[in-house]
Design a protein around this ligand. Structure first.
Ligand code: GLU
Length: 497
């Protein structure tokens, strides 16, 4: 079996696009599958390569933050700018000498040619083409310049780019591992730029050279690169290299079927992290955007979609990747996140919530904060919600509409009386015995003995303690608040009625 080597090749734009999470994850799974116990003998390697040749798009510190967020996700790479490896450097802007060498080779082998057309000329050409209703494309003016002329213009120091020499007729057939064979008409393929006038390679050139030199076995990338696919394959041919296998992943779409865009919400993994989404949830959510571990339709049987990284590795097969568009459904992400939050033990969860509760932590101390978190764990969808969800525990004075205290058809007077009775019962519980069980026992036996309705007492009590329509149960809240604070809050509620 040949060696599996895959790469994740982001451009350092300053953040990791949420859609790229899938690309990096699938690459990871392809690599780790090879290492897995049930797999073949290959040693799959995952490589991080930074594609920063478009210097206009470069953002300072972007590489470091990218590495940091990948690390946070728990996806371990084998080679990369921070890890080294024998195929480095892994940052394209540090590989310019390599591209120069291969540009010369492409020229020599007839796969490329020099083009001296000025930006002004190209601009005019394009607008003329558009005026004639043609799609803009390079008109190949420089394709057949004589060697002599090329030399003269190079010697004269004219600005020059390198273009790929495309076939003029026929079809170009390429094979995608998921989609099968795809045909392109040669006439539709432009002689696009491989090396820009500033000496920088384009994606088309650098990625092919690097994938070859880094011995990449599978290129897994977004389907927006399908139009480049024939160009890439032709370049491999020009060099006489064997291309890797290609897999193009469908785009992740928003619910309306459009592209995920910044305007519509968060697109950066970093944003989701800041909101308190856990790596496990982001990975589990992402893996199902384009892959399903269940190839057969097992109707009537509910299959768990909860998958740890280990389970993904075990179940992952390239052939199960899907080519249809995947919809980014935030509610589903919330569902996964809630699930993984519930799996944490209290200490872990408290640590995770800490950044969102810094002041509260200072004010009330670790024990109190942990007790609060314990009560919210069940309902928490993302860590950042903890602040709003638990505000009432830390408030010196609750703010709420007094009418919230009123249960169903009770009058304010009745509610007041009920709260006074609750107060009396609670007051009797010794502080040392202030637990949710003893509070429950005391109140429930009182309610039972008097044959009154539970809601008539517990609703106003809960609102008095929380100021909210929805919250954890009144006994739990009372326990966490402690006896003096609980009584204080009930007294306050009585004063409002
Ligand atoms: N730098 C390209 C991107 O960020 C990589 C595409 C590829 O994986 O080849 O989209």
């Amino acid at each position: 079996m040949s060696k599996v080597r895959v790469r994740f090749a982001p451009s350092p734009t300053g953040f990791l696009h949420i859609g790229s999470l899938r690309t990096v994850l699938f690459n990871y799974l392809i690599a780790k599958k090879e290492n897995g116990p049930s797999a073949g003998s290959g040693q799959g390697k995952l490589i991080l390569r930074i594609e920063d040749t478009d210097q206009k798009r470069e953002v300072k510190g972007a590489v470091e933050s990218l590495i940091e967020v990948l690390d946070w996700l728990g996806l371990k790479f084998d080679e990369g700018p921070n890890l080294g490896g024998k195929f480095g450097p892994y940052i394209q802007s540090q590989r310019l000498e390599i591209y120069k060498k291969y540009a010369a080779e492409a020229l020599k082998k007839g796969g490329a040619y020099y083009c001296f057309c000025s930006p002004e000329r190209l601009e005019k050409m394009r607008s003329d083409q558009q005026g004639n209703g043609e799609p803009p494309h390079y008109d190949r003016t420089c394709r057949d310049l004589s060697e002599k002329e090329v030399k003269r213009r190079l010697d004269a120091g004219e600005k020059v780019v390198l273009r790929q020499k495309m076939p003029l007729s026929g079809v170009v057939k390429v094979k995608d591992e998921l989609r099968g064979e795809i045909e392109f008409k040669a006439a539709d393929l432009e002689d696009h730029v491989l090396i820009k006038s500033d000496g920088m390679p384009t994606y088309q050139f650098a990625s092919v050279v690097d994938d070859h030199l880094m011995e990449i076995s599978h290129v897994l990338r977004g389907e927006e690169w399908i139009p480049s696919f024939p160009k890439n394959i032709l370049l491999y041919k020009a060099f006489n290299w064997t291309p890797p296998k290609f897999i193009h992943m469908p785009l992740t779409l928003n619910k309306e079927g459009g592209k995920l865009s910044k305007r519509q919400g968060d697109v950066a993994v970093e944003d989701y992290r800041a909101k308190g989404y856990l790596p496990e949830a982001l990975l589990n959510f992402s893996v199902l955007l384009g892959w399903s571990p269940y190839t057969e339709n097992v109707s009537g049987q509910s299959q768990s979609e909860i998958l740890s990284l280990g389970e993904m590795i075990k179940k992952f097969e390239i052939k199960d990747l899907r080519t249809s568009g995947a919809v980014f459904d935030i509610e589903k992400l919330d569902y996964f996140n809630g699930y993984y939050i519930r799996q944490k033990n209290l200490d872990e969860l408290a640590e995770l919530c800490r950044p969102y509760l810094v002041k509260q932590w200072e004010k009330k101390g670790e024990r109190f904060v942990k007790n609060v978190i314990r009560l919210e764990q069940e309902r928490l969808k993302k860590l950042s919600d903890i602040n709003e969800a638990t505000e009432f525990f830390f408030a010196d004075r609750l703010k709420y509409e007094p009418k919230l205290l009123i249960w169903k058809k009770l009058s304010a007077k009745e509610v007041k009386k009920n709260l006074e009775e609750v107060y009396e019962q609670l007051e009797k519980i010794p502080e040392g015995n202030w637990t949710n069980d003893s509070i429950e026992d005391a109140l429930m036996s009182y309610i039972k003995a008097r044959e009154v309705k539970v809601g008539d007492y517990l609703w106003p009590m809960r609102v008095a303690l929380t100021g909210r329509q929805a919250s954890p149960g009144p006994f739990d809240v009372a326990e966490v608040l402690g006896k003096p604070e609980s009584l204080k809050r009930i007294k306050f509620a009585i004063s409002l009625l």
